[in-house]
Write a protein that binds this ligand. Structure first.
Ligand code: ADP
Ligand code: MG
Length: 703
């Protein structure tokens, strides 16, 4: 777009240097274009004036408008604690208006006896209504030039103190709009606009900020979402097309001794049909010359480890090394033990390397890798270190991939002269459209079946009053020879408090389950690795009846004899975390249980989460609900791993139809013009640049 878009926002009338700095740091707005694409997150109807007498607390979440007369006002307190309190009425009731910041400025504007339009969120306390930091306008001063719906913009406290509350931003955009119009150039080819009945960019931008009607606003939103998602799909589809077009992967055509002997002699159970299918898909990638980039999705307990192992054996049969990276020490050790056991007698070197590896273990691993005596290396982030040098790395498996950052993962790509095959595994189910966008560059395999004989886990929700009943239940399960997990939340901000809860809980349990008859093990983040491992081992080999833990056990731990998962303060966990934790039980043939302990008072969202857990064990269903409750941007893993897109208006969950639609169009266009060189498609390169900056970066090292 034109240079107008790139002009520093500082030069806009009403901004200046100081505000520009804060706009950039708080909202990422540094140019006029950024500001123009900073959209309202909702709208309010400025023609409607509420009456104080009719307000009730149910409405307290909404912004409303009142027309009130000031009865009196006074400044209370000094310095940082100072506030300005005004009492106002509209004849139907009274309201207290409160300001903590910008007091002087408000004080200068208030006049007893005069009428104002105030705008803000009412709050209710003991029958009194108040409004904190309302916006204030003289009656009659409202602008109606842009229709009756006014945009509400997200802002921050810091910006509010610089008079850039929602209203202040609205004003800036009004100023901006006066000069913006002539610079807005259409970004979509005419044919696409016509075929999809889209609004022009200029009209869309006008209506998103200053809607002339609800219908036009809807059209504007659609157009802008379309453009944004279309750009991302164009980017993803072209990247994956370019990748498939190249044949630069290690070819692994042989199915040899390792794989066959493992399959015939070692496998302790029949693989599920789903496992067999995904193994075929993986093998299909590895035989050819195309480098594999595959996401293996499967609910907790679906048996992903076994699939990963078979892939690593195929690599071994073809003379390549593999490694498997897990997000935690405990999990890496567990994989190591499993794989070591499963490959015994196959004459294959298996090593481990973690941050906690002692000198000898570390030396064995590094030397073994270099001289080729280690064929499969299991580990944690430690595998990423530069001194970990492979002889001939052909396959990288990344377990619980959402736990790793973009950069961490892409570093594995460089551990051989050509990028190795990549298999990333995740138990966090992601709906198809989201996977398509987040991992559009990956092929996806899904294990949609659990090993036979698994009974659905029975889940109940209990509160403190049921504690004795819970203990009784634990006694009965332990008497049957089963084991119990008790998990406490551990959140950074409340760490010391959380540890206290854990210790107290531990005491209550050892009080009820007294040693030496009962043994209770503990695992938490403040223990050394050796201590953690000792506790886990004790629980794993059946030496401990109960494991009291923080959520460090969340991922991957496999103790089939454990049948009860008690989650304390369950309301503080997110839905996908709860589901992961529940997945620790129900791994053997016995009926398993999950007990969600919570306080009596729950927020509406917490109630929904716990209710959903009780109702279903289906990870995909829970993931969908989770996303509805939290929004796509917040989904487990997408944010932390840096794969979230900086979406301005679209939502990866709610707008899945637009995603599918724009993906089809992108495919058609790219099939015809892979490098967007035709004159009618040139514009499209600009929108890719504008909207898809973060897209696919994850795999840019290999494309
Ligand atoms: P996840 O997919 O959560 O990583 P795991 O690989 O840890 O699951 O497997 C869960 C448990 O199921 C393990 O104890 C594993 O040995 C067992 N398992 C895997 N595949 C099968 C199968 N086909 N039949 C029976 N048990 C299986
Ligand atoms: Mg696993």
């Amino acid at each position: 777009m034109s240079s107008w878009f790139d002009t520093d926002v500082m030069y806009l009338k009403g901004v200046g240097e100081q505000r520009a700095k804060v706009l950039a740091s708080e909202l990422g707005i540094s140019t006029l274009g950024d500001l123009l694409y900073y959209f309202p997150f909702r709208y309010i109807d400025r023609t409607r004036v509420h009456q104080i007498g009719e307000l009730n607390s149910a409405e307290s979440v909404a912004y409303i408008q009142l027309k009130v007369r000031i009865l009196n006002f006074q400044k209370i307190g000094q310095g940082a604690k100072a506030r300005l309190s005004a009492l106002a009425t509209d004849g139907t009731g009274r309201i207290e208006l409160l300001w903590f910041k910008g007091i002087k400025w408000i004080e200068g504007r208030l006049e007893v006896g005069r009428e104002y339009i105030v705008f803000g969120k009412p709050s209710f306390f003991r029958g009194e209504v108040s409004m904190i930091h309302p916006e204030l306008e003289n009656v009659g001063a409202q602008s109606s030039a842009f229709g009756s719906m006014q945009g509400v913009y997200r802002t921050s406290e810091k910006l509010s103190t610089l008079q850039l509350g929602s209203k202040g931003i609205y004003k800036l955009i009004t100023t901006l709009w006066r000069s913006a119009e002539e610079h807005i150039i259409e970004t979509l080819p005419k044919s696409i606009i016509e075929a999809n009945g889209l609004m022009s960019l200029r009209e869309a931008l006008r209506n998103i900020h200053f809607p002339q009607s609800a219908a036009l606003l809807a059209k504007a939103e659609y157009r802008l979402k379309f453009e944004e998602l279309f750009a991302i799909q164009l980017d993803i589809v072209s990247r994956s097309a370019h990748r498939t077009a190249r044949a630069d992967g290690f070819a692994m055509p042989r199915v040899g001794d390792m794989f066959n002997r493992f399959y015939r002699e070692k496998l302790p159970f029949e693989l599920t049909d789903a496992q067999k299918r995904v193994i075929k898909e993986i093998r299909g990638d590895m035989v050819g010359g195309r480098q594999m980039n595959r996401l293996l999705q499967g609910d907790v307990g679906s048996g992903k480890t076994m699939v990963a192992l078979t892939a690593m054996l195929i690599a071994a049969d073809n003379g390549y090394q593999s490694c498997m990276m897990a997000p935690t020490e405990i999990l890496a050790r567990q994989h190591y033990a499993t794989i070591k056991r499963m490959t015994e007698g196959l004459n294959i070197g298996v090593g481990i390397l973690t941050g906690a590896s002692k000198t000898a273990e570390r030396r064995d691993a590094l030397e073994g890798l270099a001289n080729g005596t280690i064929t499969i290396l299991i580990g944690t982030h430690a595998l990423l270190e530069d001194r970990v040098v492979f002889d001939n790395l052909g396959l990288v498996v990344i377990d619980e991939q959402h736990r790793f950052g973009v950069e961490q993962r892409s570093r594995m790509w460089t551990k051989n002269t050509r990028p190795p095959h990549i298999l990333v595994m995740s138990a966090t189910p992601i709906p198809r459209t989201l996977a398509m966008t987040l991992y559009g560059d990956l092929d996806v395999s899904v294990i949609d079946q659990l090993p036979p004989g698994r009974k659905p886990i029975k889940t109940v929700h209990m509160t403190e009053g049921h504690r004795l009943a819970l203990f009784g239940f634990m006694h009965r399960e332990i008497a049957k020879g089963r084991q119990v997990y008790v998990v406490y939340p551990l959140i950074h901000e409340s760490e010391s408090m959380d540890y206290r809860n854990l210790y107290e809980g531990y005491e209550a349990i050892t009080d009820e389950f007294k040693p030496p008859q009962y043994c209770t093990a503990v695992v938490h983040g403040k223990m050394s690795n050796d201590e953690k491992e000792a506790s886990m081992a004790l629980f794993k080999n059946g030496g401990a009846h109960i494991l009291v833990a923080t959520s460090v056990i969340e991922v991957g731990v496999d103790v089939p004899n454990a049948t009860v998962m008690v989650i304390e303060s369950a309301e503080r966990f997110g839905l996908s975390q709860l589901h992961q934790l529940r997945g620790r039980v129900g791994r053997g043939g016995e009926q398993s249980y999950c007990v969600l302990m919570s306080g009596d008072k729950l927020s509406a969202d917490a109630r929904k989460r716990l209710g959903a857990m009780v109702e279903t064990c289906d990870g995909f269903e829970l993931a969908e609900l989770d996303m509805k409750l939290r929004g796509a941007g917040d989904i487990n893993g997408t944010q932390q791993s840096g794969m979230a897109f900086d979406l301005k208006i679209a939502d990866l969950v709610r707008d899945n139809q637009i995603i599918e639609h724009t993906r089809r169009i992108a495919q058609e266009i790219l099939a015809d013009d892979p490098y967007l060189q035709k004159s009618e498609n040139r514009l499209l390169a600009t929108i890719i640049k504008r909207f898809a900056k973060g897209a696919g970066e994850d795999f840019s090292m290999i494309s």
